[in-house]
Ligand binder design. Structure first.
Ligand SMILES: *[C@@H]1O[C@H](CO)[C@@H](O)[C@H](O)[C@H]1NC(C)=O
Ligand SMILES: *[C@@H]1O[C@H](CO)[C@@H](O)[C@H](O)[C@H]1NC(C)=O
Ligand SMILES: *[C@@H]1O[C@H](CO)[C@@H](O)[C@H](O)[C@H]1NC(C)=O
Ligand SMILES: *[C@@H]1O[C@H](CO)[C@@H](O)[C@H](O)[C@H]1NC(C)=O
Ligand SMILES: *[C@@H]1O[C@H](CO)[C@@H](O)[C@H](O)[C@H]1NC(C)=O
Ligand SMILES: *[C@@H]1O[C@H](CO)[C@@H](O)[C@H](O)[C@H]1NC(C)=O
Ligand SMILES: *[C@@H]1O[C@H](CO)[C@@H](O)[C@H](O)[C@H]1NC(C)=O
Ligand SMILES: *[C@@H]1O[C@H](CO)[C@@H](O)[C@H](O)[C@H]1NC(C)=O
Ligand SMILES: *[C@@H]1O[C@H](CO)[C@@H](O)[C@H](O)[C@H]1NC(C)=O
Ligand SMILES: *[C@@H]1O[C@H](CO)[C@@H](O)[C@H](O)[C@H]1NC(C)=O
Ligand SMILES: *[C@@H]1O[C@H](CO)[C@@H](O)[C@H](O)[C@H]1NC(C)=O
Ligand SMILES: *[C@@H]1O[C@H](CO)[C@@H](O)[C@H](O)[C@H]1NC(C)=O
Length: 584
């Protein structure tokens, strides 16, 4: 999830934006937190029981994959990758054991361990069928429980808060005369600070390095399994991947770098790899306004709190919200929460809206309520969502996801992404504002502005081409299966068209569309049809026909289909045909 990574990190509480994956405040520490320092990092995979049903490990990998000669790994020459694995429901010796599926939640900078702890059980259930899989998640280099970390403030939360507040400013980014300039200058200062503070780690941060780490992970998983099952080596181990959002960039990079290591690679919520590596980030918000319109329509149909009795159609709601945002733009609102004063702006509302649209299935009521409260002049809900209190911040175990996002994004991009001029940055903001007039806000422009002043290049990198040879079962140098691309019909930050464009690069691959709105198919709705496609893919490597479409089983404001095929709250007379995917 791309924007899991921002600070103010998530529109919590008030919007009921339950971060889609965690269902809890992603800033807060878990009650059952495992003592990771009790594990001694090792170059082989050594699991320890953790978090009740999981197994945890700290796998040592070289800091620098560009070095030819293998050196003995020490704390100073390695990362200790934090791994959280949900074991399969059958032992590895069982014929129905399907192997290990590695996940990545996106970001870049998202925590794989948090994702694994919150989502592995659901993913395992989705895939449970003839085959039974183990789900392995890890924090990539620099992230959260992996050490060393890439934290530009070295745990100094108070100083980080100062930067957040200074960067926030008080105006609308595109409207205030100096909105872009202030952020651009602050970003340059922050970039210099980061590059100095994280000098030992930064040159080793890149998606190519993470891809190489995943080769190590699958090799060590296979090594351990051979020991446990007394099997002898037959084939080179391959990666099965379930990657969301930026996880699609990781999946495409891995596949292009190591086609002979590709097992079943399924990615969902697809980035345009050219756009991403250009450092432009201009192919994300194409459908954002359509997702918003879809929200208004659902809101109208469900007679949500935003609908007035006099409204004859959904456009009345849209027009009322737009008029409000324009008014808000002219009149920012001073507010405070706990000990934090701030000025709420229309950009705050826009950012909250975009984040909510990541998961309309779970956020629609909250978004309608927040908009309705704010339009009526009660800014409490918005302020609560925007302002993170000192206490919450101090209690947060993982605050540097934005540092990692900027570092990885810049490492993967052309060097020019770091030295764009102010005029170019302004043009970028202008572009996004035209692309998504209601929703561009500050979140998206900030992703690239934060790269201003960056110079450090990665030691180990990959610049394409992003493609693979045709999967050929008789040729071990080729992937075991073509790639499978998933997308929601309407995705606010990774539009379907990206999936269709990327699929053309990867021979034999296919795009599956789920008829839902939100970021990624898997996290925008439940769908038995999608689940069946995934079980078939991970089981046999077969992909559905291009543009194969799956119904969603949940509707915003309504709920999900029950076992008998009706939606809760829907006219019970309405019966639907069971959804059966057509496989080729
Ligand atoms: C975690 O484990 C380390 C090493 O065993 C130990 O020194 C430390 O006290 C433990 N921390 C907590 C909070 O239990
Ligand atoms: C690695 O460690 C082993 C055992 O301590 C030692 O024999 C070997 O020389 C070391 N190799 C390098 C490259 O430092
Ligand atoms: C690791 O790096 C630290 C800080 O640079 C240094 O003090 C320490 O001696 C190094 N340890 C080893 C084993 O090289
Ligand atoms: C593997 O071999 C060892 C020693 O030969 C034996 O004790 C163990 O039970 C075997 N494990 C399995 C899973 O067959
Ligand atoms: C929508 O809800 C409001 C408030 O509960 C109610 O007064 C109104 O009649 C409802 N409108 C429709 C079309 O159901
Ligand atoms: C919605 O209603 C307005 C006036 O009530 C009308 O002008 C407009 O054409 C309608 N739009 C749609 C999509 O029905
Ligand atoms: C404003 O909204 C909040 C949250 O919904 C609510 O608790 C509070 O009572 C409202 N304030 C006023 C003045 O209506
Ligand atoms: C930006 O950096 C690139 C590569 O380092 C260099 O070729 C280019 O001249 C720089 N542009 C500016 C405006 O400094
Ligand atoms: C196997 O595939 C690789 C990569 O496409 C190709 O270079 C090689 O010629 C193929 N080998 C055979 C025997 O077809
Ligand atoms: C898939 O859909 C896209 C967009 O509508 C279209 O351009 C493309 O031709 C379709 N591909 C196939 C094989 O139907
Ligand atoms: C969708 O929302 C329903 C509640 O309406 C919830 O039960 C379900 O888990 C949600 N699914 C996803 C993927 O968010
Ligand atoms: C379908 O299931 C729901 C809840 O599980 C139940 O309330 C409803 O009566 C059922 N409808 C039919 C037609 O069986």
């Amino acid at each position: 999830m791309l924007l899991q990574t921002l600070l103010p990190l998530a529109p919590l509480g008030a919007l009921a934006y339950s971060s889609l994956q965690t269902q809890t405040n992603p800033l807060s520490k878990r009650d059952d937190e495992f003592n990771w320092t009790s594990i001694h990092p090792t170059p082989d995979l050594q699991y320890h029981d953790c978090y009740t049903t999981f197994k945890c490990a700290r796998l040592q990998v070289p800091l620098d994959w560009s070095l030819d000669a293998p050196t003995n790994l020490t704390t100073n020459t390695s990362f200790a990758i934090a791994i959280v694995t949900l074991p399969a429901t059958v032992p590895a010796t069982d014929p129905s054991f399907g192997g290990t599926i590695v996940t990545n939640p996106g970001g870049p900078g998202g925590s794989g361990t948090d994702f694994g702890l919150s989502s592995s059980t659901r993913l395992q259930q989705i895939l449970e069928g003839e085959k039974h899989y183990e789900i392995l998640s890890f924090d990539p280099r620099g992230v959260y429980r992996t050490t060393p970390t890439l934290d530009c403030y070295e745990g100094d939360v108070a100083t980080r808060l100062v930067e957040i507040l200074q960067t926030r400013g008080v105006g609308r980014i595109g409207e205030e005369p100096d909105g872009v300039r202030d952020r651009y200058l602050m970003a340059q200062a922050a970039s210099r600070l980061c590059e100095e503070v994280t000098a030992n780690v930064l040159p080793h941060i890149s998606t190519a390095s993470v891809a190489r780490d995943m080769v190590e992970i699958v090799d060590r998983v296979e090594e351990l399994r051979r020991t446990e099952t007394n099997r002898t080596a037959t084939e080179v181990p391959r990666l099965n991947l379930l990657g969301i959002s930026y996880g699609s960039a990781l999946g495409m990079t891995f596949s292009a770098m190591f086609p002979e290591r590709v097992g079943k690679v399924m990615i969902d919520g697809i980035l345009d790899i050219d756009d991403y590596t250009s450092g432009e980030w201009r192919k994300n918000l194409d459908d954002a306004e359509a997702v918003l319109d879809d929200f208004y329509q659902n809101c109208f149909d469900a007679n949500c709190t935003l609908r007035n009795p006099s409204d004859s159609n959904w456009t009345a709601i849209r027009d009322r919200v737009s008029a409000f945002l324009t008014e808000f733009e002219r009149n920012p609102v001073p507010a405070f929460r706990n000990k934090q004063p701030t000025v709420l702006t229309s950009d705050d509302m826009r950012d909250q809206m975009l984040l909510a649209l990541y998961g309309p299935n779970v956020t629609s009521e909250g978004l309608a309520q927040t908009l309705s409260d704010t339009i009526e002049g009660n800014y409490t809900t918005l302020a609560t969502a925007v302002l993170i209190s000192d206490d919450e911040l101090l209690a947060s175990p993982y605050l540097w996801s934005r540092d990692v996002r900027t570092a990885v994004g810049f490492a993967d991009a052309v060097p020019e992404a770091g030295n764009k001029t102010l005029e170019q940055r302004q043009a970028d903001v202008q572009f996004l504002t035209e692309q998504a007039p209601t929703l561009a806000g500050t979140l998206w422009p900030d992703i690239t502005i934060a790269m201003s002043g960056r110079t450090v290049r990665p030691r180990y990198s990959f610049t394409g081409p992003y493609t693979v040879p045709v999967a050929d079962p008789h040729n071990a140098s080729t992937p075991a299966a073509p790639l499978l691309f998933l997308s929601a019909r309407l995705d606010p930050v990774t539009p379907l068209r990206n999936a269709q464009a990327m699929a053309e690069r990867f021979p034999g691959s296919s795009v599956m569309i789920q008829e839902s709105a939100g970021h990624s198919a898997l996290f925008s709705s439940d769908s038995e049809c999608t689940n069946a496609v995934l079980r078939e893919f991970f089981g046999t490597g077969k992909v559905p026909e291009m543009n194969f479409s799956c119904e969603a089983d949940c509707k915003p404001f309504v709920g999900c289909k029950t076992a008998n095929g009706t939606f809760v709250g829907e006219d019970l007379q309405v019966r639907r045909e069971p959804f059966l995917p057509r496989m080729i």
